[in-house]
Each structure stands twice: as structure tokens, then as C-alpha cells.
Design a protein around this ligand. Structure first.
Ligand code: ZN
Ligand code: ZN
Length: 242
């Protein structure tokens, strides 16, 4: 069976202040690493708004926010590489990050200031529309994990410049048997790329198709660096299938 390697957690320099690789270069690096696609999950949070939203104009904010995604898409289309839209949200209450899938440009534009509510309000409002995955829930000592406001969690965050405490994230997933367990590189700069991802049975056409594949549990984790976590996920998957 043909398989497709995707990274569901990447950033672009165009949109994310902490991103140091232009979108086209991110795409090129993933192509070189044999990936079939990636999800652009640039940061959307109050801090970003205070930097970008000088005119208090959400559509202008979105023009800027989507610039990284558009540049990725452009390069992806040139080289036959799938680029999908996602987002990494943070709310005013703390520094938790939430990956969101199953969205498009219309969704972003028609939900102004979506990062200005609380994580639980976001969950109540959107949990039956979008897929909400806790990114690196225990990174650098994050301790306030809202377990009731997510569909799942990264159990592998490949970013090498943070202590992500993936072991604690795996424990979190164990406590919530229904949680989706995900993996991603969280690429910001050279050397971050292609360290973790998901293996899919088909190329998702867009963010909605990606969400569907995850919800149907038609994916496996990939990360040579964190192979023991991949194996553990495989084991849990077999148990769940019984
Ligand atoms: Zn970042
Ligand atoms: Zn990230």
C-alpha cells in the first residue's frame, strides 16, 4: 500500500516571528526529506495581534497571517508537494498552544479574534467543527493542561530546542484513551525539520480531509528520533482495536 509522510506542525518566517525559515525553504527541505506534505500551523495569539493588528482590522490581520501559508502553497504547487492550512492558537489565559485542523481561509476570516477567548470557550464553541490537538502540553514545565478542552495531544514534539517532556504527554494520552495521539516537528529553523510526522494512507486534499483521516484513525506516527514512542503508540493502537 502506498503511504504518505506528512508533518502536521510547521511554521513559516513570513507569519511567525519565531520562524526563521521562509515558507518556500521549509517546503524544499521537506521535499528533500521524502515527505509528501505538511500542515502550516503558524502562531495565532494575542501577542501576535498586538504586533500586527495596528488598525484593529481582522481581515488585514488575516492577510498577514495567511502570507506564510500562501507562500508555502505556491512553492508546494511548483514542486508537487501538498501544503495544508492549520493554525496554532494560544489564548490570553496562559502559554498553552493548541493545534487546529479542519479549517480554511473563510473559517479564519469569519471568526475574528478567535484567539481572544479562553481555551474552554474555544472548545465549547468549535469542538464539533474543528480538530483541537494540544501541542507539547508539558513543554518547559507547562503544568496547567486543560485536558477537557482538546481532542488529543502531541505525544511526540520533535523540536530539539525545548524540553518537551514527551513522556508526560504520553502519560496524558494514557489517561484519556479516546485522545488522538499525534506527532510533529514544530519546525522553526534549519535542523528542526522532518523529525516527526504522521504516515497517511492517502494524500489529504485540504485541512478538512486531513482532519477526517485523523478522526477515522487512519494514520500512524513517524519519528526515528522517538522510535520508542512510535512503538508505544502502535502497541496502544493494537490494544484499542481488540
Ligand atoms: Zn513558534
Ligand atoms: Zn508550533
Amino acid at each position: 500500500m502506498e503511504e504518505f509522510l506528512f508533518d502536521p506542525h510547521t511554521h513559516t518566517a513570513e507569519t511567525s516571528k519565531c520562524g526563521h525559515l521562509p515558507a518556500a525553504e521549509v517546503v524544499d527541505r521537506y521535499v528533500r526529506n521524502g515527505f509528501s506534505g505538511l500542515v502550516v500551523t503558524d502562531h495565532l495569539h494575542p501577542e501576535y495581534l498586538s504586533r500586527i493588528d495596528k488598525d484593529h482590522d481582522w481581515n488585514k490581520v488575516m492577510d498577514h497571517y495567511l502570507s506564510g501559508y500562501h507562500a508555502s502553497r505556491k512553492r508546494g504547487d511548483e514542486v508537487g508537494f501538498q501544503v495544508i492550512l492549520g493554525a496554532e492558537l494560544r489564548f490570553p489565559e496562559n502559554d498553552n498552544d493548541y493545534l487546529v485542523y479542519g479549517i480554511d481561509e473563510d473559517w479564519l476570516r469569519s471568526n475574528p479574534y478567535v484567539c481572544c477567548m479562553s481555551a474552554r470557550e474555544f472548545w465549547q464553541k468549535f469542538h464539533d467543527q474543528v480538530l483541537i490537538i494540544h501541542a507539547h502540553p508539558y513543554r518547559d514545565g507547562n503544568t496547567v493542561v486543560f485536558e477537557d478542552a482538546v481532542h488529543g495531544t502531541e505525544i511526540i514534539n520533535g523540536n530539539p530546542r525545548h524540553d518537551n517532556h514527551n513522556d508526560l504527554a504520553l502519560d496524558l494520552a494514557r489517561r484519556h484513551p479516546g485522545f488522538f495521539r499525534l506527532a510533529g516537528s514544530d519546525t522553526h529553523q534549519a535542523g528542526d525539520e522532518a523529525r516527526a510526522g504522521v504516515i497517511l494512507p492517502e494524500k489529504p486534499a485540504d485541512s478538512f480531509a486531513y482532519k477526517d483521516l485523523i478522526e477515522q484513525r487512519r494514520f500512524r506516527l513517524w519519528s526515528p528520533e522517538f522510535q520508542s514512542f512510535v512503538d508505544e503508540d502502535e502497541k496502544m493502537r493494537k490494544e484499542e482495536a481488540k
